[in-house]
Design a protein. Sequence first.
Length: 350
Amino acid sequence: MSQTSSNAAAAVSTEVVIIGAGPCGLFQVFELGLLGIGAHVLDSLKHPGGQCAELYPDKPIYDIPALPVCGAQELIDRLLEQIKPFKPQLHLGHEVTEFSRGANGRFQLATSGGARFDAGAVVIAAGLGSFQPRRIGIEGAEPFEGGAIQYRVRNAAELAGRRLVIFGGGDSALDWALELAPKAASLDLVHRRADFRAAPASVARMRELVAAGRMRVFEALPHSLLQEHGALRGVNVRSPDGTLHSLEAEQLLVFFGLHPKLGPIAEWGLALEKKALKVDAEKFQTSMPGVFAVGDINTYPGKKKLILSGFHEAALAAFAIQHHLYPQKKQFLQYTTTSPVMHQRLGVPD
């Protein structure tokens, strides 16, 4: 498996392009690989995992078959390991900016990273779309974003011994507050209301830390930044009664969630229903022949937004894609337990 961010000008010719490197997109690689079909995977994020990695990397998942409990990032790591035999090309940090269908039925795609593709079929596995963090939205914040203001913890070790203010009331905010409170020089948690959306056990543990004087909690909204000689020194927050509280901070961690955007996909001429791509429940093909959609981004009667459902959709879509690419080829259902062909593709020793 390889990753690239190259600005190649020449179009890469491939059987399938998969848009989205979340669980369903990665499992689509596996199902196609079993049928001997290769794929390139594109994702606007700079790391695989989709909303699993972005929204709840450390949270447990309990409904993956044969895995009583599995961390979200663990699931992504397992899927990446599972698709290694098929040597997929992952193009991360590449949002699709151009999409068209040629007279020959093949698809031309271009990305924000300068890559171009010529594909026989396209699978859209983009979850809820591309994710953009909900920003803190106060004057003067932009120059600090990516530095003193972060929307995602990339290296927790760097935050040890620092004065931290965390904004948010969901699982991400509480998880990081619990993780960082014992290590930070100081930690303040700011949420717009007294009730929290996080797991009750996390809220209870947070209350214990507050009672022990290990962290503080403010019911407030961000108001303005405190700066000195161009460096962040803290933040003012406004409580419901209008009182301003000045909180010292070297680092603001903002967990207001991610804002899903269907983005350019909405302009590709595909039938939509409530910002989701309409597909049939046999092939999971969209209104455009050769373009398929699996996972949270699609809709059909009885649709359930579960990872398990997305895996099922990817399996059926793979056979439909094979028929689309090679309509004259007879299809045979082979089993990974007994098929020599499958064993060869998977690299199983004789």
